[in-house]
Design a protein around this ligand. Structure first.
Ligand SMILES: [Cu+2]
Length: 300
């Protein structure tokens, strides 16, 4: 593409972003830029301009975004520990080897079953060629979603998602009902606060054990808790930011912004007595959203 054409694509890109800010209707019509030109713009824009072209698409729904692609290299068999390998390739088609460190790690790898009944938060290791590997066991056959949450060196954060299909007889479980308490390994975790679409919503999770508040939580990945939220229906992935705290419990506070009404699964990782545990909840955000069988609190 010559310089003039580049400039043209750049201007069109800005126009679409501006139009998008006024509402989608503004860019529909004969003057709308063809999607390909917008993509060209995103691919060649220098770092920093990416922010302007970022879409509102929730994270984790795409296997490829901004030129970065998640490539699973291993097929998983049910119940067998597997050395699971994958790469993230960059705009040049080569595996990315340089990453920024976020929450103590260069890449966070989340694997859930598509029915949101199982959750694993793993930290793969990378060899020199940009191939990541991690020991992964998927107990049951079925459809799983793997998320790679990372920021390439010099770039902004991305969460790419890919399906992992495990052969065998598959019986999906209904979404657990909406609840404000969860128990794991003798710990009780309660959830206060409500998800509100389009707003940073304060969620406070409180951890207790044997009826007593836990006040000596241990930092895990630089914080007292990590929360992953996934939308039921499509597994949109939410990046949830913890509030900085010097208190080691019992409360852990997060701000979560959900893109729509409907049901979400929340997975809280916390560390106590040297062990990381995960408490999970189904929460409903007010407003219209996809109906999920089993999540209405009226039984399965
Ligand atoms: Cu992680």
């Amino acid at each position: 593409m010559n310089a003039a054409a580049k400039l043209g694509a750049y201007v069109l890109g800005l126009a679409v972003v501006f139009g998008g800010a006024l509402g989608a209707g503004q860019v529909v019509g004969p003057t709308a830029a063809p999607a390909q030109q917008v993509e060209d713009h995103a691919a060649m824009a220098p770092q920093g301009e990416h922010e302007q072209t970022k879409s509102d698409t929730p994270r984790g729904l795409q296997v490829s975004e901004n030129g970065y692609t998640l490539n699973p290299l291993t097929t998983v068999k049910p119940g067998e520990p597997t050395d699971f390998r994958f790469t993230v390739t960059g705009p040049d088609g080569r595996p990315v080897t340089d990453y920024q460190v976020e929450h103590d790690k260069k890449l966070h790898f989340i694997v859930v079953s598509r029915d949101l009944g199982s959750f694993q938060h793993l930290h793969p290791v990378q060899d020199g060629d940009g191939v990541w590997s991690v020991k992964l066991t998927l107990a049951d056959p079925g459809a799983y979603r793997a998320f790679a949450d990372f920021a390439p060196a010099g770039g902004s954060g991305l969460t790419l998602g890919a399906d992992l299909l495990v052969a065998g007889d598959y019986a999906p479980k209904p979404l657990p009902r909406v609840a404000r308490t969860a128990t794991v390994d003798g710990y009780a975790v309660s959830l206060a606060g409500d998800l509100v679409p389009g707003q940073a919503s304060k969620l406070t999770l409180s951890v207790s054990k044997d009826g007593r508040p836990v006040t000596d939580l241990q930092p895990y990945l630089g914080a007292y808790g990590h929360l992953v939220a996934l939308r039921a229906g499509d597994l949109a992935y939410l990046h949830v930011h913890p509030e900085e705290s010097v208190k080691a419990g019992p409360e852990i506070t997060f701000y979560a912004e959900v893109p729509s009404g409907g049901e979400y699964r929340l997975f809280l990782d916390f560390q106590h007595d040297g062990k990381v545990r995960t408490a999970d909840f189904t929460a409903r955000a007010a407003g219209a959203g996809a109906a999920q069988p089993g999540a209405d609190g009226h039984g399965h």
